[in-house]
Design a protein around this ligand. Structure first.
Ligand SMILES: Cc1cc2nc3c(=O)[nH]c(=O)nc-3n(C[C@H](O)[C@H](O)[C@H](O)COP(=O)(O)OP(=O)(O)OC[C@H]3O[C@@H](n4cnc5c(N)ncnc54)[C@H](O)[C@@H]3O)c2cc1C
Length: 169
């Protein structure tokens, strides 16, 4: 008999959006399950530029200190292009400020896996871990009107299967 668990929110996908949502719900005491078809977190790159307003959002979750410690501050963008001889030259510079009134006048660079870890470590404090590699295989919604009207029932069933085991490149 497959294991059955009851949760109030199922989050499919443990990228930045999924782990942020899972962490906020778990912190609010809501029963959450989060799964991802990947066997592990993203190992490099992807969503790695945290803008100044996002730093403030992460600060509201008490994550700013860790973000500052693990990430790199970026105060200036530099743009490079080939000149008429095909030599790469700097063609422009611009301050990394997209919100002049923001508290932190810079971006923080941290690879997506690092950002996900900040959330997953916090989630672990609420007893929540990511099921990997797991993906939904079948979603069933009850047709029973009484069950659908009962806010304490669980009218949605999700069967899962091992995820695709995608390897991060
Ligand atoms: C090569 C590359 C470079 C990038 N560079 C940058 C950058 O420099 N700066 C930047 O800000 N952004 C960058 N991005 C964009 C950034 O990665 C995304 O904006 C960000 O990851 C979106 O977060 P998300 O949580 O919405 O989705 P994702 O990070 O895509 O997470 C979705 C998760 O859902 C899982 N999933 C999907 N379908 C299923 C399923 N059926 N069952 C189970 N799990 C599932 C996936 O495995 C994945 O882990 C880059 C993206 C790529 C691909």
């Amino acid at each position: 008999m497959p294991e059955e668990t009851r949760v109030d929110v199922l989050i499919v996908g443990a990228g930045p959006a999924g782990v942020m949502c899972a962490n906020a719900l778990a912190a609010a005491g809501i029963r959450v399950k989060i799964m991802d078809q990947r066997p592990s977190r993203v190992v490099s790159g992807h969503a790695d530029g945290i803008q100044s307003r996002t730093i403030e959002v992460l600060q509201s979750y008490s994550f700013a200190e860790r973000l500052f410690k693990e990430g790199h501050q970026m105060h200036m963008f530099a743009f490079y292009n080939p000149d008429s001889d095909g030599v790469l030259v700097r063609t422009g510079r611009s301050p990394a400020i997209n919100a002049p009134t923001a508290r932190y006048p810079f971006w923080i660079l941290l690879h997506q896996g690092g950002i996900e870890s900040i959330f997953t470590d916090s989630m672990a404090g609420h007893g929540l871990t990511i099921d990997r590699p797991v993906a939904p295989a079948l979603i069933e919604l009850s047709n029973d009107s009484e069950q659908l009207a009962d806010m304490f029932s669980y009218p949605v069933k999700v069967r899962t299967s091992p995820g695709v085991g995608a390897v991060e490149r």
